[in-house]
Design a protein around this ligand. Sequence first.
Ligand code: CA
Length: 529
Amino acid sequence: MTTIIAYREVSMRKLTLTAAAMATTALITVSPALANDDHKIVDDPLELTIHLHHVRSTAYDEDWPVEKVAREMTNIHLKNATVGSNSTNSAEAMNLLLATGKLPDIIGSARIKESVDQYGPQGAYVPLNDLIEEHAPHIKAFFDERPELMAAASSSDGNLYYIPYLPDGKYGRAFFIRYDWLDKLGLEVPNNVEELHAVLTAFKTQDPNGNGMADEVPYFARQWEELPRLVTLWGGRSSGSDTYHDFYVDEGKIKYPYMGEGYREGVKNLAQWYEEGLIDAEVFTRGSSAREYLLSENLGGMTHDWFASTSGYNDTLAEPIPGFEFKAFAPPENVNGDRIEEHRRIPVKPDGWAIGGTNKHPVETIKYFDFYFSPEGRRLVNFGVEGQTYNMVDGKPQFTEEFLTNGRPVNSQLYEIGAQLQARGYFQDYEYEKQWSNKYALEGIALYDEGDYLIDQFLGVAMNADEQKVFDKYFASARTYMLEKQQAWILGSSDVEAEWDDYMSQLDRMGMNEVLEVMQSAYDRQYGG
Ligand code: CA
């Protein structure tokens, strides 16, 4: 490991020098301003090399139908130069790429933000701010409207080094419950924590699946992290973003969810619920098949999961389980009288693409990036190729009936033709997903929309080298300690009330308060706190 890192440092130093040497000549190449109706960036075809790596596409493919159209429209011809394609691990591929000592013209990757935060300020990547201002009207218009997303994607020196993948649509997960079980037991949809406790107890004790056994699993989750998520019912937090166990922001202050009073109260109550059998006894170990298994065996009563995929069970289980209705319900009112849906889609991802420091055509490249933010480019990258996957109906793209009903997941089909690739910087159009969400998902989303239950997300910070050092020194082991304690408390092997003060002192000794300090300084710098 040490050798690789040392080699990488040497390589990056070399890269930095080359980038600095390039900087003066690079900006001389200026092509005519881009007219709105013409996407041609250069008169003669221009080839640019690209590293494109994501778990769903571990190399760039020139034959993707989407790429062929983009090439025709822009005259920019990308050539695959991906390193590490034999692995689906983008971080590994990125390390291999950096170790070669030369970056291609374009680098697109999952979690590229980590690489650009570290090496952008050293010159390995081209800063994009001025290029966007002068040559990328569509990207500029996007960030002018969402400056907080530009701030979130920027590095510690204030520069933007990558164009992010920007998900669209707000809603991700929701609370789901067996409506047919409620009906059967003469119960209403639970409105608050007490009612939820009563409903889950009835699921456990009144045999709603009617087989004469107390085999129901009232609350279950595919991801065990959805169990501590329930501390929101007692005013606690489990994460500040779409990543589990993330920091959150409370009135400008960075906090860690597993250090608060609401969390403590929530864990105490969840331990009680676990003891009463209201939570899947195997919640920490059952894993990703939990939803499929417990729903199709007519055992599971409630979960917190994604709208579209969870709603899908109403279609697939309608026949085997007569009356089956597993639908979203509003977040129950918590002990403070608030209804909170903690999970939502993050509006900006750490994935996307960047310009390599030795790229001789940064202007053409940013124009190429900008193409995907134009109406035509955005349609291409979201819906695929007109006449093949979609047609224009009343001025809007509509997937063809055949494409929607051929039995294959719509998103997988799109990945295969080069659309919806998250290692490319683009602004997703939620309409693409809406066209294949079933009516239960759309009803659920409308319910959450009406109630306005979502809360603001923590969009992450870019730490400088000193801050990163403190963070790396303490955070991982402190987090491991917190997660071990969390599980022990919920499973009842130790008592949260009795141990809380010691727990907080231990976290102080483990450096968590220093971690919070460096997170705060990075946050203040980035968001002007
Ligand atoms: Ca039963």
